[in-house]
Ligand binder design. Structure first.
Ligand code: NAD
Length: 487
């Protein structure tokens, strides 16, 4: 059985990265460690350069020191290797609204392209506040930063808009500067090993795939639970909430991986079409259906009173109506899934961290030789070296053998999500990125929930820290005669 990615076939890549927001948290915590992984694996070697840009006036040397310092938090390699790697990094002080700064950037990029023989390939990475995505993309275009005979790829972080209107506006702005084929919208869940392997698991386990439809599936559950609160991100969270932060993007994309048609499709175009079709078939919710099908919650203190309530967190309003928990029932209007509820939930301050998909089969599935009411669990983060559970037992030790995980392979990068996505960007592979058509459908759906909630006062806080969320979340499933598998 083939895995979705064979990291052993390493081919050195040539590129010049321009990271907008190069002094920030994402760049230091995710991007530089991932680039270092690719460096150690041989994907990046001699022919790459990284320009970090941000407002502060840093020297190249100081920038490199910050990079080595952040690498030391994740790696135990000899500092010499880290310093060699850091020699590929350069810093340019930059204000996103100042045209002259883009000219300086263009000159530096041209110089580094020659110095490192980067073949005129450019990756423009938006590790900057979303409000700047449009203005930076426009300036890259208008100030002539794009090269003629290499590639020019734009990488956009989340959030992609805060509702359908703002996402449309943002998309319009970046579309003026970059063709859709050169835009890589990151949803880092699509970089995770299990999510990438779901099509393989489905395509290589015919009985499992045969059972994945409304004849045999009772319901499907997707859980992304966090035990932490908002920590120091209260300011951001106040503009977002879990519906926008987790459901619109990550949860929807996970549902897309498990529910799209034709998992054996190989071409990016076909894979995206299947997902786009699925999201276009989301059953719209009336305001009354939002009330019955979606639950919102906000955490209170914990039982002992040691954990703060959300409303007590820094940069959070005392009467905040922002939800830190959402559970909902999603339905699709397709022949395959009509009548099957997809229960999804995500929340902060839950008892444990968990990222999982539980597929609950009904009793008819016995006609396929699968035990009646079997539950298959796909663990999105491998836990205790387990990836798939059948009725809570590791699949390899289960008496049922209708599902197997693709064979293990040695991965030189460890398939860390960001490293995996950066390889895709360098290879021009857009399979694991979100397309505009998918986002349009998911935003439209999410907006209908948001609008209803914004029109009604929330009864917050309504769950204690360290619990499974508000009681209404249990009732949501009980009403249909179901219950959460992970509880
Ligand atoms: P951050 O505040 O740590 O960094 C922002 C960067 O932008 C800094 O380098 C800052 O100097 C620069 N900057 C700010 N204003 C500027 C201006 N006017 N001109 C030029 N540079 C300017 O933010 P972050 O957490 O690194 O997030 C960056 C982006 O990544 C955001 O879009 C965020 O939503 C997204 N993101 C972050 C994470 C994460 O874990 N941090 C996760 C997912 C998505």
């Amino acid at each position: 059985m083939m895995l979705s990615k064979e990291f052993k076939m390493v081919k050195e890549k040539s590129a010049n990265f321009i990271i907008f927001g190069g002094s920030g948290d994402l760049a230091h915590r995710k991007l530089y460690p991932s680039l270092f992984r690719l460096y150690k694996a041989g994907y990046l070697k001699d022919h790459f350069a990284v320009i970090g840009t941000a407002r502060r006036p840093w020297s190249d040397d100081y920038f490199r020191e910050t990079i080595v310092a952040s690498l030391k938090e994740y790696f135990t390699d000899d500092e010499k290797i880290m310093s060699e790697f850091a020699k590929h990094f350069f810093y340019q002080s930059h204000d996103v609204n100042d045209s002259a700064h883009y000219i300086a950037l263009k000159n530096l990029a041209a110089k580094l392209n020659d110095q490192f023989e980067a073949e005129n390939n450019r990756v423009y990475y938006m590790a900057i506040a979303p409000k700047f995505f449009g203005v930076v993309a426009e300036h890259i275009n208008s100030e002539g930063l794009k090269t003629k005979d290499g590639y020019n790829r734009l990488v956009i972080e989340k959030p992609f808009g805060r509702d359908l209107d703002s996402a449309c506006e943002l998309n319009g702005n970046i579309a003026k500067a970059f063709p859709e084929d050169d835009i890589y919208r990151i949803d880092h869940y699509l970089g995770k090993e299990m999510i990438q392997d779901i099509p393989n698991i489905r395509a290589n386990n015919p009985k499992f795939e045969e059972a994945l439809n409304n004849k045999y599936v009772s319901n499907i559950q997707v859980t992304l639970a966090e035990s932490l609160g908002v920590e120091d991100r209260g300011g951001y969270y106040e503009t977002s909430g879990v519906l926008r932060d987790m459901i619109q993007n990550h949860i929807m994309q996970i549902v897309g991986a498990i529910a799209s048609d034709d998992p054996a499709a190989k071409r990016a175009k076909d894979i995206h079409k299947n997902k786009t079709d699925l999201f276009a078939s989301l059953k719209n919710l009336t305001p009354e259906q939002v009330d019955t099908n979606f639950v919102r919650g906000q955490y209170d203190i914990d039982e002992s009173g040691t954990e703060k309530a959300y409303r007590q967190e820094d940069n959070v309003a005392e009467d905040s109506e922002i939800e830190t928990y959402t559970a909902g029932k999603i339905e699709f209007d397709t022949e395959r899934w009509d009548g099957v509820p997809f229960y999804v939930r995500s929340g902060k301050r839950m008892p444990n961290k968990a990222s999982r998909i539980d597929i609950v089969f009904n009793d008819k599935v016995a006609e396929l030789g699968i035990n009646a009411n079997t539950v298959v669990t796909l663990l999105i983060e491998r836990t205790n070296n387990q990836s798939i559970l059948i009725n809570g037992v590791n699949y390899a030790e289960s008496a049922q053998d209708f599902i197997k995980f693709p064979e293990e392979a040695e991965f030189t990068t460890g398939r860390e999500a960001y490293a995996s996505l950066i390889i895709d960007i360098l290879s021009g592979n857009r399979v694991h990125f979100t397309l505009w058509d998918e986002l349009r459908s998911t935003w439209k759906y999410i907006d209908s929930i948001r609008e209803r909630w914004d029109s009604q006062k929330a009864d917050f806080p309504n769950y204690m820290s360290g619990t499974m969320g508000p009681d209404a979340s249990e009732m949501l499933l009980e009403r249909d005669g179901n219950s959460w598998i992970w509880d």
